[in-house]
Write a protein that binds this ligand. Structure first.
Ligand code: CA
Length: 138
């Protein structure tokens, strides 16, 4: 499993990388929206950890674009943000994020949320058919 961390603060990237690698994930990182789009193509991640506040293109906008993308529209996304208000949380989920974590968060909680989202997205039974249902004509 490879996780792409999209975050502009190097300290946060390192913290996330350390925790994710401890859990056995491969980690790639991008520092802004443009890099994120490229990295999704090049790294083929299984999940995105997406910071809301990014230079140039916001995390919300990246998530919105991703959901319209035929090829990568199903990529699981967890939004990370300093904004913990309910309205923001709702907005994050509205643009298609699978889950939402507010800074400061506990790494243990984030890891549990990642595992939960991956379980939901990859149920053992019938996952293949489900994930291609949008593009395959029955
Ligand atoms: Ca940031």
């Amino acid at each position: 499993m490879k996780i792409l961390v999209v975050e502009d603060e190097p300290a946060m990237v390192e913290l996330l990388r350390y925790n994710l690698e401890s859990e056995g994930f491969d980690v790639a990182s991008a520092h802004d929206g443009d890099e994120a789009i490229l990295a999704i193509e090049e790294e083929q991640p299984d999940m995105l950890l997406l910071d809301w506040m990014l230079p140039k293109v916001s995390g919300i906008e990246i998530c919105r674009r991703l959901r319209r993308d035929q090829k990568h529209g199903n990529l699981p996304v967890i939004m990370i943000t300093a904004r913990g208000e309910e309205a923001d949380r709702v907005r994050g989920l509205d643009v298609g994020a699978d889950d939402y974590v507010a800074k400061p968060f506990s790494p243990a909680e984030l890891m549990a949320r990642i595992r939960a989202v991956l379980r939901r997205r990859n149920p053992e039974v019938g996952s293949e058919k489900l994930s291609v249902a949008d593009v395959v004509v029955d």
